[in-house]
Design a protein around this ligand. Sequence first.
Ligand code: ZN
Length: 404
Amino acid sequence: MTRDIDGLARDYVRLVLEIDTHEPGYVDAYYGPQEWRAAAKASPRSQEELKAAADRLLAQLGGFSATDTDSAARARVLAANVSSARFRLDMIDGVHAPFVEEAERLFALRPELKPLSDYAAALAHIDAVVPGRGPLTERVQLFRSRFAIPADKVDDVMHAAIAECRKRTLAHISLPEGESFTMELVKDKSWGAYNYYLGGNQSRIQINTDLPVSIGQALVLGCHEGYPGHHVQGIYDERAYRTKGWAEYSVAPLYAPAAPIKEGGADFGVDLAFPGDERLEFEMRVLYPLAGLDPSTAVAFDALRRATADLDGALLTISQMHLDRVITREQAIDLVAKYKLVAPVAAEQSLDFETEYRSYVINYASGETLVRDYVDRVGSDPAARWAAYEHILSTPILPADLKQ
Ligand SMILES: [Zn+2]
């Protein structure tokens, strides 16, 4: 006898909620029945019991025969989610796999790493964009420092940025009435910004101000954490749970095959919402004046931004070498400083993130490539591109599906 997909989905939610009692923070968002969470907290199964439960659930999903396409898609994605959770349970127990394998088992996406020597041309290009004497990293830092938003303007600039990201998203995607977010400036975090999706179509967005926030980051963060990124992704997940009754969408584990799609989609969001030169145009017209920065300098900064984007993949290679203990922490900091063109203190923040979240770092660069290539395949028509993005938000989907 096979169980129905909704029952299997509820077992999965219970599994995830109980894993969170062994690894606080494993659940990134939950807006299902509060009694489920209370029950998980009150009497969680042991790690061994959870592993056995995950194995059982995987076997049941393997034997599940769907009678409709929705159920088939849900069962496939659920199986990948349970498989990821099962491996996370091993990791909580101290099992370590090599970086690439860990990434593949947690996120169902095998990152393609290139040797650092492949990024020599990108560094040479940046050298031409920011000419001058002295080491390239220092020149770029000095150049970038002129584009920091003054601390007392960060709040205003970020609100203006998110408002524009929201407006452009709403032009293509309909969101429920009353959806909203709050934004806070915080300190002492290993990340640059975070979205806590609270349920009820509400988010709490936090921006870390340990390091200066660059004017070039405002729209990136607004799109990534807000619209059409994490806030909108949360709304779509919650909609699948509330309107379709798909229980698995009531919970979002931090480590899951959805992560590269969500982080990648959030990173890609700024290019979707601001195609071509529209980003630069909005920055020059609105954000630079609001920050008290000279708009005539924006073109040069934009050129640097485009040039440094080619270095994104280098950070994965460095993470792999560091986490697989090919290089020391000190060597990793030097390499991050070199390839991210930042000061050692910023390189350390990057390393702190990687030490805490490990192979989660692949979800940005590898995930963005995945989502970008998928949306690019429909061409340049904005309506078609947003429709492709919305399809990703509203369908049970795995990273491999975006490659087809
Ligand atoms: Zn994110």
